[in-house]
Design a protein around this ligand. Structure first.
Ligand code: ANZ
Ligand code: ZN
Length: 800
């Protein structure tokens, strides 16, 4: 048969849809498999080849699982709130609802054209009010449990997008959305207390199967640090300055202190400070810098010595100067540090610049050149002198500090609480009310969903207020507690809200009573395998693990961890090896490939192109190669024969079953496809193939190229749909060759080779060897002294 993809692809897509073969069953006795891919943001640009690669791994695994007899949940949905749609709405005056619906339609059609085996009956749209009702519900539960709080703080603000950004969304001092420069701005911010779950998020990593680098990134992001809080007296004032340090063992080496420019102690004692003007000027300079700039390890440190305040080192009573400097952050630890220039490079650079003493307390380095951060013998440190292990000196110092009541052990996290509001329209309204009498009050649960009001103008207010603030009918309400006239919160939730629990909704997408029914959750959760990008390993995965742990504590879900296993796809680069981007003009449209070569070719190619986890450049010629391979597969139907295949080919078929089955499980799709390509060469060389063996071949290929394989299956008269036909199982006995070729030595020299039955007895091997003419000639006229046989390897005769 000819590979007529234009004809067969729509045909099988229609059959799959009609037969509901990809719909997951809720009440099934079969074992379950829940495969999850990161649902797309339905942008106007439509699908990218990167989406195809990202979904193809679990597409292949889900298809294999169905054939192995599992009840498979492989869902898709749309993470549809967010800025690009809103910016487009502002630009065109079209309502985001309309834009979103159009984009979702476009995406769905594209996904269907590629033949993904998603359960289209469970599609989720995070902007659907029946969905975001539950996003708001979870938020209210967090509010109820004290995990929501409001604080006025300096925030990362993008003047272009007019939104507050979390640290993660403004890495490198640039807005994650529009890449403009981020500025610092004082704002009221709603926070989710994710730090309260820091330890659970760390602990939970022990129970999940994530790649090591994924775990490491999460551990690093959480950034747990063990150290000590120590109180320093301020000379002449009844006030303590508390610092956080990871190195209390170096306390005798402290020669100054540094506080963050925003530290409140300055204003509290401004009457005592004699250089307030200089300090104010410095603080104004600092306010212009982003946190990113401030944490860079630049040698040239800046700062101002506070005249009029002096600290006292609690372990030796020495007076030390206090500086303000921007390398100390207000948001970490206590916003104040004890500086040990001999053993901390930042402090060292600072001390050199400001001419401050450097006291060595750990032997081993050369402090005339740089700070020494290694281990060594303690010196100049009173009761710590002679200690050689950091761990022991820290322990001894902590004991001392606790005994004297001047310090205690403590932990800190790099992770900050999650800034959870945006001043934008296209997001979930935050269901809170500001009442003049009662303060902040929750919208009653039965009033959920709190719907987004219809507006005409999506432009945020110039003062950085949400567009919702301009809608009086939305803002004005009555307090649910006391009935007084009150005002609604007008900020909306960040992009990351809807994706923090979507995998739960797939288990029961139409439920109106709960976010999902407990029995269904118990059947489907946890997600067995979640594939996605490295860029979502911190933000999205940490946020969703946090929500899931919270829901677990609430008793709403049945497992603490949502994802049992995680894998990562590598990027698809442009043909030139650069990142694909519109501006570079090297973007490949997947639909163009479907149009020209067929969906099966596209699917096969994105998994054949290289290591699944690696970044790989696009290659048109390799796409064509995949197309040719599928042409040859179609051609196998022309050499069908009842003649049995050779033992050799049978062995290769069984070896291929074994290899494809195991390669798929370890995401080695490229080698799985390559082994099918090799097998087709073997079949072609043989010249014919039986129905049953061709059936095996297309079963193995079907997760990659399902349309063509269904077509061949039908041609062969296969029963039902190939999509649920049983996956082939190899016979281990048939994977080994029936014969082996081995060398024969006479007196230690190889004199020839013989073919013996695989694993044959030694007497038989000797018999075959002696019968070999060449070998016999070497033995002629000699006495055999010894016969040696290493099974399947070698025969050696010793003769004189
Ligand atoms: C004295 C010291 C001596 C320190 C030494 C280090 C080495 P991690 O591991 O990241 O938690 N620090 C504390 N609070 C800070 C802040 N708000 N801004 C900037 N730096 C801060 O780092 C903790 C260390 O970073 C602390 O330990 C403190 O310097 C500094 F040989 O104290 B250390
Ligand atoms: Zn009230």
């Amino acid at each position: 048969m000819k590979y007529m993809f234009k004809k067969i692809e729509p045909k099988w897509q229609a059959k799959w849809e009609e037969s509901k073969v990809f719909e997951a069953k809720d009440n099934s006795d079969k074992p379950k498999f829940y495969g999850l891919v990161e649902f797309p943001y339905p942008s106007g640009a439509g699908m990218h080849v990167g989406h195809i690669k990202a979904y193809s791994s679990l597409e292949v695994i889900s298809r294999k699982r169905r054939m192995e007899g599992y009840n498979v949940l492989f869902p898709i949905g749309f993470d549809a709130f967010g800025l690009p749609t809103e910016n487009y709405a502002v630009k065109t005056g079209t309502h985001p609802r309309i834009i979103t619906d159009e984009n979702i339609k476009k995406f769905s059609n594209q996904l269907k054209k590629v033949g993904f085996s998603f359960d289209w009956n469970r599609v989720i749209d995070t902007t659907d009010e029946d969905y975001y009702k539950w996003t708001q519900w979870i938020f209210l539960k967090m509010f109820e449990k004290g995990l929501v709080f409001r604080d006025r703080t300096l925030v990362n603000y993008c003047p272009h997008c007019k939104v507050v950004l979390s640290n993660e969304d403004s890495q490198g001092g640039k807005c994650d959305i529009c890449h403009s420069e981020v500025v610092q701005k004082s704002k009221d911010v709603w926070y989710l207390r994710i730090t309260q779950y820091a330890d659970k998020l760390l602990e939970g990593l022990k129970d999940v199967d994530y790649p090591d680098n994924v775990k490491q990134q999460q551990v690093h992001w959480i950034g747990k640090s063990k150290g000590a809080f120590v109180n320093f007296d301020i000379d002449g004032i009844d006030e303590k300055l508390e610092i956080y340090t990871t190195r209390p063992d170096t306390l005798f080496g402290v020669t100054f202190m540094v506080i963050a420019p925003e530290h409140p102690i300055i204003d509290k004692y401004k009457d005592k400070v004699t250089n307030m003007d200089e300090i104010t000027a410095y603080r104004n300079e600092c306010a212009k810098k982003t946190e990113f700039e401030r944490t860079q390890l630049v040698k040239d440190k800046t700062g101002v010595c506070i005249q009029g305040l002096e600290g006292i080192n609690p372990v030796n009573g020495k007076k030390i100067p206090i500086y303000i400097a921007d390398y100390v952050m207000m948001g970490y630890g206590t916003g104040a540090i004890m500086a040990v220039p001999a053993h901390d490079q930042r402090d060292y650079d600072f001390a050199k610049k400001f001419g401050i003493d450097i006291i060595e307390v750990i032997k081993g380095g050369d402090i005339s050149k740089e700070a020494y951060t290694g281990d060594g013998e303690m010196i100049n440190s009173d009761f710590l002198n002679g200690y050689t292990k950091k761990k022991d000196s820290i322990e001894r110092m902590l004991e001392e500090l606790e005994k004297k009541g001047i310090g205690k052990a403590g932990v800190q996290y790099k992770m900050k609480d999650w800034a959870f509001n945006r001043q934008r329209y296209w997001g979930e309204p935050i269901p809170l009310i500001h009442c003049p009498n009662c303060g902040v009050v929750a919208v009653p649960e039965e009033e959920l969903p709190l719907r987004l009001p219809d507006v005409k103008d999506f432009e945020p207010g110039e003062d950085g207020q949400s567009p919702l603030a301009k809608i009086d009918s939305f803002v004005n309400c009555t307090c649910p507690k006391c009935g007084a006239a009150a005002k609604r919160e007008t900020d909306t939730m960040p992009q990351w809200a809807g994706s923090s629990w979507y995998f739960l909704r797939y288990t029961d997408p139409h439920n109106t009573q709960a976010l999902a029914d407990m029995d269904k959750l118990k059947y489907w959760m946890p997600v067995d395998w979640y594939n996605g990008g490295m860029e979502h390993v911190t933000r999205h995965m940490i946020y969703s693990r946090f929500w899931h742990h919270f829901l677990y504590d609430l008793g709403v879900v049945n497992t603490p961890e949502p994802y049992a296993k995680r894998s990562i796809q590598g990027l698809i680069l442009g043909p030139d090896g650069d990142k694909m981007s519109k501006s570079k003009g090297n973007v490949v449209d997947p639909l163009d490939i479907v149009e020209e070569y067929g969906a099966d070719t596209l699917r096969t190619y994105v998994l054949f192109m290289g290591d699944y986890g690696a970044a790989t450049p696009w290659s048109d010629s390799s796409v064509k190669g995949c197309k040719k391979f599928l042409d040859r597969v179609a051609g196998l139907t022309d050499i069908l024969s009842e003649e049995p295949v050779s033992d050799e080919l049978e062995m290769k078929i069984h070896r291929t079953i074994k290899k494809v089955s195991s390669d798929i499980e370890s995401l080695k799709f490229n080698t799985a496809i390559a082994s099918l390509m090799t097998l087709i060469n073997e079949i072609t060389a043989e010249g014919h193939i039986g129905k049953e063996d061709l059936g095996i071949f297309i079963k193995l290929l079907s997760p990659f190229a399902p349309h063509l394989c269904e077509e061949i299956w039908e041609f062969l008269g296969g029963e039902g749909l190939l999509a649920v036909a049983p996956w082939p199982v190899h016979d281990e006995g048939k994977t080994v060759s029936k014969t082996v070729e081995i060398g024969v030595q006479v007196n230690g020299k190889v004199r020839g080779t013989i073919v013996i039955p695989n694993g044959c007895e030694k007497e038989k091997a000797f018999e075959i060897a002696k019968a070999d003419e060449r070998i016999a000639s070497f033995l002629e006229g000699k006495n055999l002294i010894k016969e040696i046989y290493v099974p399947n390897k070698i025969v050696n005769f010793v003769a004189k």
